[in-house]
Design a binder for this molecule. Structure first.
Ligand code: NAI
Length: 338
């Protein structure tokens, strides 16, 4: 099938080309993100392949639909960037990759915790400058600390297991608690407020929905333990970034590891090193010594890229053959999650 693949970088193309040897789709790669402005590039293609920072809103879908597109294959787990209601109205199908490597993302969340706690970025740049002083690099033992895992789906569960391995006391929160998981791993489900109040480390693993937008706002930050390390590998808008800046300035938050940022579209995945950063909130976040930002790279492992490519190309094949779309997402799912 002819597919317009948007927002592609070398690593995407390498993985898709390798997997496509089995499928034989005609993939056309476009570097820009899929937006209202770039949607006309897909004219004449029956399917587009999108990524997390594409803006597949109603207006974009209408342009795609007019150009003949009937399938949006998101090569991501999250699908908050696609207006599913508009897709339903236009009778367009949407698929995603629900599970490609929960390990990749959970391990990155833990890497952020370890790097922040043990000041690895500061230590790295210091010793490269032949500064071997240890002042300001004191961390804490993870063993015995309380970790709050918000969302115990595929990724949150792996994160909980890793933190248990460090000897942490793990508190979990989920709209659908799993008693068997709780018993098996020796974790405890508790309300979100309890996680905020008791956690030394908080790791966010819920999807972005209208109900989880700014889950961590000024009031939530105020309820957290002083010195808490907050990690977000979910979606940027789970955290009110301006409120986070204020909580960091006051010293209430001990550290923030952010793989995602609410205004990351058009910034993350790009090399803007020769330009002036226009986002003042992101610029301020980057000035804190206890903030570590990565550019939405938690998914970026060889295993995850290969699985993303395989699942996406299989969805395209199923659509082309008129077979059931096992990884389809529908508007009703989002309504249920609200
Ligand atoms: P999942 O669907 O397996 O798990 C999500 C869990 O969150 C479910 O157990 C659900 O019941 C729970 N949940 C939903 N709303 C909730 C709420 N209001 N309060 C408490 N729990 C709630 O999803 P998975 O695979 O674990 O991924 C989680 C998120 O991670 C994705 O939605 C995506 O946004 C993000 N992600 C980020 C990546 C990155 O590279 N940074 C890569 C992959 C996913």
């Amino acid at each position: 099938m002819r597919v317009a693949v948007f927002d592609t970088h070398r690593y995407d193309r390498d993985a898709l080309e390798a997997a496509n040897a089995r499928f034989g789709h005609a993939l056309t790669y476009f570097e820009p993100r899929l937006t209202l402005q770039t949607a006309p590039l897909a004219e004449g293609f029956p399917a587009v392949c999108s990524f997390v920072n594409d803006k597949v809103d109603a207006a974009t879908l209408e342009v795609l639909h007019a150009g003949g597109v009937r399938l949006v294959a998101a090569r991501s787990a999250g699908y908050n960037h696609v207006d599913l209601e508009a897709a339903r109205r236009l009778d367009m199908r949407v698929t995603r990759v629900p599970e490609y490597s929960p390990h990749a993302v959970a391990e990155h969340a833990v890497a952020l915790v370890l790097s922040l706690n043990r000041h690895i970025p500061r230590a790295f740049s210091r010793v490269r400058d032949w500064n071997f002083s240890l002042d300001g690099l004191v961390g804490f033992d993870l063993a015995g600390k309380t970790v709050g895992v918000v969302g115990t789906g595929r990724i949150g569960r792996v994160a909980a297991r890793i933190f248990k391995g460090f000897g942490c006391n793990v508190l979990c929160c989920d709209v659908a608690p799993d008693a068997a998981f709780e018993r098996e791993l020796g974790v405890r489900y508790a309300p979100l407020d309890t996680l905020f109040a008791e956690s030394d480390i908080l790791s966010l693993h819920v999807p972005l929905t209208p109900g989880t937008r700014h889950l961590v706002d000024a009031a939530a930050l105020a309820r957290m333990k002083r010195g808490v390390v907050l990690v977000n590998t979910g979606r940027g808008a789970l955290i009110d970034s301006k409120a986070l800046v204020a909580a960091l300035k006051s010293g209430h938050i001990g550290g923030a590891g952010l793989d995602v940022y609410e205004e990351e579209e058009g910034v993350f995945f790009q090399d803007l090193s020769g330009q002036v950063l226009q986002d003042d909130v992101l610029a301020r976040l980057l000035t804190f010594p206890n903030v570590l930002v990565t550019s939405h790279q938690a998914f970026l492992t060889h295993e995850a890229l290969a699985n993303i490519a395989e699942t996406t190309l299989a969805s395209l094949q199923a659509f082309e053959r008129g077979e059931p779309l096992v990884n389809e997402v529908r508007a009703e799912q989002v309504l249920r999650a609200r």
